[in-house]
Ligand binder design. Structure first.
Ligand SMILES: *Cc1c(COP(=O)(O)O)cnc(C)c1O
Length: 360
């Protein structure tokens, strides 16, 4: 074993150590079948058990009942930017979007290909440093859905209070799904690429409420219709079996470690450690996000100069803290604190931040 590494990558990102160890143990001989899980039929009993378990663990952890379907699809969250309007939007209809950053912007771009897009609110004029307050009057009542991005991975902002509306709420939760306790029932559709909080890249989870599912268009390709995947338990075609297997192990890990209550508690302590270090050195580290919109998952900040930012990232890396360089559109430093990152990692990084400031 070399030096202890703390993985702050923004995505693909850290996975729980226990999950990696278990998958390694099972890699050559899954469930005593003499083969790996990647080499067996997706219609076998062994695989079906994984699929069923992942579906029921999502529902259990999120407190969802039989009025929701959990779907596993390919193509990443970006594919859903197009698949969502393909299913629900048409030339005579309007979908409302809140623009809180780069990912929201990409979702808007795809929706415009299918019908009318109403921009309910945007934080663009302040470089996406906050989550705009949303009033009922900001979007038409007959919108086919209202689309938001719960956590803005690049800018480091996060919704802490969600809109209550009769319009179906659609949410890109790619970078904060299962990171906290929420009223998940208030959403009609939740989607997330796996590679931040759920598992490896290669599968996207879509959680959809039945009443919205019934509204899917019938004039779209079979493979893009949510009904196809709901009716076939995501086994209409060959699903990405290995990523789903890994997601199932991550969900078991969450459940075995106290569920979302315990995850939230640890995540709260992690972000407190980093924001405290920022707050105590606020003349030196400048946070990008406004205080009330700060993300618990991705913390973005600048140093007094680009030279110091480079030095910070380089020295952090040699100290075992990897993946801290900010996204090119914000610059500076980004600290990603996904579920699998242990509290100790955030605490040690906070100490490093104090030391760095004193030395530089
Ligand atoms: C990473 C990310 C995406 C893109 O996910 P892909 O799986 O690469 O398509 C979309 N939305 C958010 C909020 C993200 O963090």
């Amino acid at each position: 074993m070399g030096q202890q590494i703390y993985n702050f990558n923004a995505g693909p990102a850290i996975l729980p150590q226990e999950v990696l160890v278990k998958s390694q143990k099972e890699l050559l001989n899954f469930n005593n079948c003499g083969m790996s899980v990647m080499e067996i039929s997706h219609r076998s009993k062994d695989y079906e058990a994984i699929n069923d378990s992942a579906i029921s663990l999502f529902k259990e952890l999120m407190g969802l009942g039989d009025d929701y379907h959990v779907l596993f699809m390919g193509g990443g969250a970006s594919t859903q930017f197009a698949v969502i309007p393909m299913n629900f939007l048409s030339k005579s209809k309007t979908a409302s979007y809140v623009d809180t950053g780069a990912w929201s912007g990409k979702a808007v771009k795809e929706a415009k290909l299918f019908g009318n897009v109403h921009l309910a609110a945007s934080s663009k004029e302040k470089h996406h440093s906050y989550i705009p307050a949303l009033k009922d009057s900001d979007f038409p009542k007959d919108s086919v859905y209202l689309h938001i991005t719960s956590n803005n991975t690049i800018f480091g902002t996060q919704w802490h209070q969600f809109p209550t509306t009769s319009v179906p709420l659609v949410c890109d939760m790619s970078s904060d799904i299962l990171s906290r306790q929420l009223d998940y029932k208030s959403f009609s559709l939740i989607y997330a690429g796996a590679q931040k909080n759920l598992g490896p890249a290669g599968v996207t989870v879509v959680i959809i409420k039945n009443d919205l599912l019934q509204k899917c268009s019938d004039n779209i390709p079979t493979i893009f219709n949510y009904k196809t995947h709901a009716e076939n338990k995501s086994l209409y075609n060959t699903p990405p079996v290995f990523p789903i297997y890994m997601v199932n192990l991550v969900l078991e890990w969450i459940k075995n470690n106290g569920g979302l209550e315990a995850i939230e508690k640890t995540n709260r302590a992690k972000q407190e450690a980093i924001y405290d270090a920022l707050g105590q050195n606020s003349d030196y580290y400048k946070g990008h996000a406004e205080t009330s919109s700060r993300s618990w998952m991705n913390i973005t900040f600048r140093l007094p100069s680009e030279e110091l930012e480079e030095k910070f990232a380089k020295e952090a890396k040699s100290g075992g803290f990897v993946g801290l360089k900010g996204h090119r559109s914000v610059g500076g430093i980004r600290v990603s604190l996904y579920n699998a990152l242990p509290l100790e990692g955030a605490q040690k990084l906070a100490e490093f931040m104090q030391r760095f400031r004193r030395a530089n």
